[in-house]
Design a protein around this ligand. Sequence first.
Ligand code: ADP
Length: 415
Amino acid sequence: MKILVINSGSSSIKYQLLDMAAESILVTGLVERIGEASGVLTARTFPGTGVEKRFQLETMIPDHSTGMQLLIKQISDQQDGVIRDAAEIEAVGHRVVHGGESFHQPALISEEVIQAISANVPLAPLHNPANLDGIRVARQLFAGVPQVAVFDTAFHQSMPPSAFLYALPYELYEQERIRRYGFHGTSHKFVAGECARVLGRPLAACNLITIHLGNGCSMTAVENGRSVETSLGMTPLEGLIMGTRCGDIDPALHAILHRSRGLDIEEIDALLNRESGLKGVCGMNDMRDIHAARQQGNKLAQLAFDMFVHRLRKYIGAYFVVLGRVDGLVFTAGIGENDHMLREAALSGLENLGIVLDREANAGKPGEWLRISAPQSRVEVLVVRTNEELEIARQTVEVLGQASVATQLEAGRQI
Ligand code: ADP
């Protein structure tokens, strides 16, 4: 079964074609600079010969429809493509950032689902419209092919109100839906599943802390396979320190910045989202640059690293208590997968919590996953390479399975 995964942004479309029989990637590509003077499509194909092929095309891509047509042509190109005909694609899975409270699960896309995603645009004004563009275009170009929406927020819909509510007047939740939603759900779900597989237990029997550290950073407490607490909030600004985002601050700082600097609300929003975090403290937001700088004695780079680690440890402590019992702790995404110094700093001295790092294993190179805890560690610590596209494709297949069972049941009832 071949599934096309689409991640449609405002000026780009990331895509991946997967063969779900072996869960192998056939093509991974990116259409960029949609709507600009010159666009570009870059792709890597894995045609099964073991030889990776690269493909690049520079041309004007005025809109998402043109971009999608180009990527379909690239995938099914007679010479360089990996399939003979776009009709071989059995389903399309779409990443959708915000499902609000409407979606606890992925959904088979229908007009009602599109309306519900549109209704959640105020919660993700930059992302949901771009995701919808991708859905609309794909529905035109793949008429009759089932399409599934997979939401970044859905995994966290299992959080209880005590965890997802802000201590604000309750009517703000009832009327404005102001609450914590959490993000990176597809990644947290994927690595939690992989961790359970490595531990040899059903996910539903695992208590895990999953730590996603990329440009955006978040942590999730997973109880019996379900998210019960996560660090990102109503927007992806809360919680851990990130590349350019501040994470937790005193909310009174908005008023203070307004009074002392005369900043208006848009300027404060931009400051906290784009000029803060690691970048705000030391001018750099890539952890590799920060390591290089601190090794050369840059004090602000050292401070940014120390602050990042401190916040992470504070959250690990909090999530231990939320869960009571922790079976596994998982690091993932750009920093989590690659940065052994960060992982060592985050977990040092936690033997009393049952976490004992194997420093040698921690310095090793992860493949799909790597165990970095010592044999005597009560908590298994893993590095797991996240794979959101594969998770979207898996959930797409699952939804199709459920839909076909539902159709059969319905047909049975009619007989
Ligand atoms: P995104 O959140 O955009 O998907 P990634 O998960 O790819 O991003 O993470 C990107 C970040 O990962 C970079 O900004 C960089 O800080 C960090 N990173 C990547 N490789 C390394 C490495 N070898 N060591 C430390 N940090 C790394």
